[in-house]
Design a protein around this ligand. Structure first.
Ligand SMILES: *Cc1c(COP(=O)(O)O)cnc(C)c1O
Length: 225
């Protein structure tokens, strides 16, 4: 399938989900997750009109960055080892997986050297599955307060992954939980943590995510796979 055909189908589904939820289509950005595919395929996504690319490994990001440079807006969406931060920090605009203080310290140190502000999502383990990365919901507010000491980190929002299940209610509840928490953090009115964005929804659950308020959906398989 051409990326443009996949994109047309996905756009239609997002449009309809927005209508069901009384949201504006302009409030939802698609991140094409290119971790499984070639640079050529990533380029095809850009040509189809995608502006945001997401990678979950530093080597994958580096390989594609070499070919595509700053043409896309780069998102780092995967678990990030502290020692890998230096490899990606000059290339990405967004990190979706901030989930611990040691990682924040490293991002701050590296971003300060570049005099660059990094947009970060706090990754939250809303569903509480043991296998999932991310911070427990109850820890997020305290963590965000601590980030005041990190002037190169801007907390733009929260990110989660729903459980792999056919049960739509479980998925919906996860996204709804993230939205609730996002509103709690936003209402703290911290200038370094506007926290207006919600990064949630993948190939098999992005429509539910959009209905529940996603502002960034991260789509791999259904778009470029
Ligand atoms: C791989 C990945 C995605 C995209 O997954 P698909 O199911 O292929 O759409 C989204 N978010 C994260 C964090 C990922 O690792």
């Amino acid at each position: 399938m051409k990326v443009s055909e996949n994109l047309a189908r996905i756009n239609e589904k997002i449009e309809k989900a927005c209508q069901r939820a009384g949201r504006s289509r302009g409030d939802v950005e698609i991140i094409a997750v290119t971790k499984y595919v070639t640079t050529e395929r990533a380029k095809e996504a850009l040509e189809a009109g995608i502006q945001h690319l997401g990678e979950n490994r530093d080597d994958g990001l580096l390989a594609k960055y070499e070919a595509l440079g700053n043409r896309p807006v780069w998102h780092f969406i995967g678990t990030l080892q502290t020692r890998k931060v230096k490899n990606i920090i000059d290339k990405v605009s967004y990190i979706h997986s901030l989930d611990r203080l040691s990682l924040a310290e490293e991002i701050e140190k590296r971003a300060a050297k570049l005099d660059k502000e990094i947009n970060c999502f706090i990754q939250v383990n809303v569903s509480g599955e043991e296998s999932k990365h991310g911070m427990a919901p109850g820890q997020v507010a305290d963590f965000v307060r601590k980030l005041k000491e990190f002037p190169h980190i801007r907390v733009v929002g929260l990110m989660t992954m729903a459980p792999l299940t056919e049960d739509q209610d479980v998925i919906r509840r996860t996204f709804r939980g993230l939205k609730q928490l996002q509103q709690d953090i936003e209402s703290l009115h911290l200038d370094y943590a506007p926290c207006r964005e919600l990064s949630m929804g993948m190939s098999n659950d992005f429509e539910i995510a959009v209905e529940e308020g996603a502002t960034f959906v991260r789509i791999g398989t259904a778009l470029v796979g």
